[in-house]
Design a binder for this molecule. Structure first.
Ligand code: RB5
Length: 157
């Protein structure tokens, strides 16, 4: 399932992308916002928690620049959120990073570009290459070490 979320800065582009998926009869869930002012970390967390419920789920997050919402999304363990504004990056982040969340800037790219990026991102599978898998595992290892900080007796003063 594709799960959308945006703050007010990404709302218009989110609505455009939803129409693109509707036309193609591709199902999705929208976790908000409804156009009113919201805080992007709240939306990022909501969408990411949904994404993590099933391995094939994918999230699409938008804010004004895409930056705040991507920083927030990447704080959630297991999320690999990629902020993209060009076709090559949108394709490569699926092939190499197996990104499970695409972040877009509603005020930095046009709607048609946003759709082009979403389309290639959705249609590109992870390469499964062992070199890339090893790197993704290292990302997970950073997360694990980060979670352990402060809980290890050696780290305590
Ligand atoms: C909200 O005005 C704006 O700060 C937000 O949409 C985003 O651009 C933050 O990174």
């Amino acid at each position: 399932m594709i799960i959308f979320g945006s703050d007010h800065g990404g709302y218009a582009t989110k609505e455009f992308l939803k129409k693109c998926l509707d036309k193609r009869k591709i199902p999705f869930i929208d976790c908000g916002c409804d156009g009113s002012s919201v805080d992007y970390p709240d939306i990022a967390e909501k969408v990411c928690r949904e994404v993590l419920k099933k391995p094939d789920n994918k999230g699409v997050l938008l804010c004004g620049t895409g930056i705040g919402i991507s920083i927030s999304a990447n704080k959630v363990k297991g999320i690999r959120a990629a902020l993209c504004s060009d076709y090559y990056s949108a394709k490569l982040t699926r092939l190499h990073n197996d990104s499970n969340v695409l972040c877009l800037g509603g005020r930095t790219i046009g709607e048609e570009v946003a759709w082009e990026l979403l389309e290639v991102w959705l249609n590109t599978a992870y390469s499964g290459d062992s070199r890339h898998t090893a790197r993704i595992e290292k990302i997970a290892a950073i997360e694990a070490r980060e979670n352990a900080v402060g809980t290890c007796s050696e780290c305590k003063e």
